[in-house]
Ligand binder design. Sequence first.
Ligand SMILES: NC(=O)c1ccc[n+]([C@@H]2O[C@H](COP(=O)([O-])OP(=O)(O)OC[C@H]3O[C@@H](n4cnc5c(N)ncnc54)[C@H](OP(=O)(O)O)[C@@H]3O)[C@@H](O)[C@H]2O)c1
Length: 397
Amino acid sequence: MTAAMKSLTLLGATGSVGSSTLDVVARHPDRYRIVALTAHRSADALLALAARHRPRHAVLSGLAEDRALRRRFMEEAGAELLFGTAALEQVASEPGCDAVMAAIVGAAGLGATIAAARAGKQVLLANKEALVMAGPFFMRAVAEAGARLLPIDSEHNAVFQCLPGGANPGAASVRRIVLTASGGPFRAAPLERLAEVTPDQACAHPNWVMGRKISVDSATMMNKGLEVIEARWLFDAAPSSIEVLIHPQSIVHSLVEYIDGSMIAQLSNPDMRVPIAHALAHPERIESGAAALDLAAIARLSFERPDAQRFPCLGLAYAALGEGGTAPAVLNAANETAVEAFLAGRLRYTAIHDVIRHTLERVPAARADTLEVVLEADARARRAAAEFAATLQERAA
Ligand SMILES: NC(=O)c1ccc[n+]([C@@H]2O[C@H](COP(=O)([O-])OP(=O)(O)OC[C@H]3O[C@@H](n4cnc5c(N)ncnc54)[C@H](OP(=O)(O)O)[C@@H]3O)[C@@H](O)[C@H]2O)c1
């Protein structure tokens, strides 16, 4: 029996996860149909993708209405082009799509990802920042609408695969979730050199090819901090039961430890097409295009505890999770602001942590009962972080 055709909306089609998703989809034209593709401003790249995948809708969320561009999309790709952020929510919730791949980077993905959950879609979640900002709110929306959340982050997808039937662990049988981290490009660099590292050096990840923001997050290990918060909500896990281990080979993507002492791990080559294919086909399995894992060639898998001095952002993330309420949204907003300043050459690498710590102190946590409160905390944190980053720049000048 062949599987039913699944129609997919891809938010963030021009990004790294977007391109891996389209690669997997193109291998299975009998299983997946693309109904909408979105980008922020990359009009030419989006048009090329639309011409190949022939979606009904294309969205450029960062551009204002442009009639000439709209005509080109219709003529060259047969797609209706929509503009602005409201169009993201429209295509994420439209009745004609079964599943939404949420692969926009950062807080910008929150609205459309929640819209997909509220519409009861199958949500393939790469956009971890959405869950970090609004975890309880987001999970409530998923439960109320009967949406299905499938993790795309390789670590959470691994944990999901290590849980029986992909179900929630249940406090009784699971002792720990262990998220692995590569340690990034500066795992062994002399600490005194870190203040001078450049954006290109920070983005040169040893094992993964990713967008620039997440690459910097991997270098600071804020990415792992965000993932700890993501795991807390995705798996309803107590923060104290989520551990991080550095595993430089990026072969074991995460592990689950059970109370009988068993540990179950998921292994693959570091290739995002593996978790993407898993989530797209769940509960079936499909070919992803990833190379087979040759364990004898790899020969050695090693693990070490993260060094708190080298990776202070990880501690900030655990602290924000412990604080609760709007603190994770503040952490995320401060991180996005600091990383943007670093990538633009306006902030030293080591000051990313200073900006986040300062912002968490300046913007006190409040109860996060509504999305409005979360968005307000996000905006306040961005202002506080940008002001502090500017002060640091002035001092350095
Ligand atoms: N890359 C990975 O391997 C990986 C792994 C696990 C999880 N993730 C997560 O997946 C998400 C995407 O990461 P990525 O590395 O694929 O990012 P990326 O390569 O930077 O791509 C980001 C995508 O989002 C769009 N976008 C950027 N700013 C936007 C805005 N303000 N509003 C709407 N759309 C916007 C971009 O469009 P334009 O091209 O027009 O800018 C692009 O399509 C992130 O949350 C990341 O943490 C990524």
